[in-house]
Design a binder for this molecule. Structure first.
Ligand SMILES: Nc1ncnc2c1ncn2[C@@H]1O[C@H](COP(=O)(O)OP(=O)(O)O)[C@@H](O)[C@H]1O
Ligand SMILES: [Mg+2]
Length: 219
């Protein structure tokens, strides 16, 4: 479960707050879509949850662990959060295996190889360890990026417009595949999307952010 209480955030060089009193709660295994106009604060919300930005006020809990607020601040790498961002591409000069192992620093080599095998099976790409990103289709690359994000067994997955780089004809398939995997592993997920269809077809709940203010939408 993740819980945000009255999160307010302002960029150093900005004249007003980008997130205003955002309160939201998500149960374990739920998928939340975050929609709203460009510049509304969607990506900023994910940056705050992941720990890339520090809120001015408010607090965030993940499974009763205080991530930030009340004087506490846990750095991004210690939060147990998996991220799949639009510009968070695979490293082109690294094999699939190395790309996935990247998130497993601190894990023994044998266990790393084992975990790579496991997550490749989850995304239906067993045996692809030695491939390079350019030897994969767009959809396969996206699944590897998902495998990398989930390899350290995060408690929550954040997706920022994960389908915006895909051709229209690929979009539906890749989206269905990705969410099939997300539902199968049952991971709590927050997905930012500008596509209402993503929100309607994939999410349990939808929150709209307009000008930094979040409100729940009926679906
Ligand atoms: N690093 C930054 N410094 C200052 N302002 C920023 C920064 N990043 C985003 N912003 C501003 O914050 C607002 C919200 O941006 P963003 O969260 O990216 O919106 P969205 O993802 O909904 O399009 C916008 O006005 C944007 O210009
Ligand atoms: Mg954005």
């Amino acid at each position: 479960m993740i819980r945000l209480n009255k999160i307010t955030f302002q960029y150093d060089n900005a004249s007003s707050e980008t997130l205003k009193n955002v309160t939201l709660q998500l149960k374990k295994g739920q998928v939340l879509a975050v929609v709203g106009p460009s510049g509304g604060g969607k990506s900023t919300l994910l940056r705050v949850i992941s720990g890339l930005e520090k809120p001015k006020s408010g607090d965030i809990y993940l499974d009763d662990k205080l991530l930030c607020g009340k004087g506490a601040f846990i750095p991004p790498e210690k939060r147990g959060i998996g991220m799949l961002f639009q510009d968070y591409a695979l490293f082109p000069h690294m094999t699939v295996s190395k790309n996935i192992e990247y998130g497993l620093i601190g894990v023994s080599v044998a266990n790393r190889k084992q975990r790579v095998k496991e997550v490749l099976a989850l995304v239906n790409l067993s045996g692809y360890e030695k491939r390079y990103p350019h030897e994969l289709s767009g959809g396969q690359q996206q699944r590897i990026a998902l495998a990398r994000a989930i390899a350290p067994t995060p408690n929550i997955l954040l997706l920022d417009e994960p389908f915006s780089n895909l051709d229209t004809h690929l979009l539906q398939n890749v989206r269905d595949e990705l969410f099939g995997i997300i539902r199968e592993i049952g991971i709590t997920t927050i997905m930012v999307t500008h596509n209402p269809e993503d929100a309607e077809t994939q999410a349990d709940r939808v929150v709209e952010i307009v000008d930094g203010i979040a409100s729940e939408k009926d679906i």
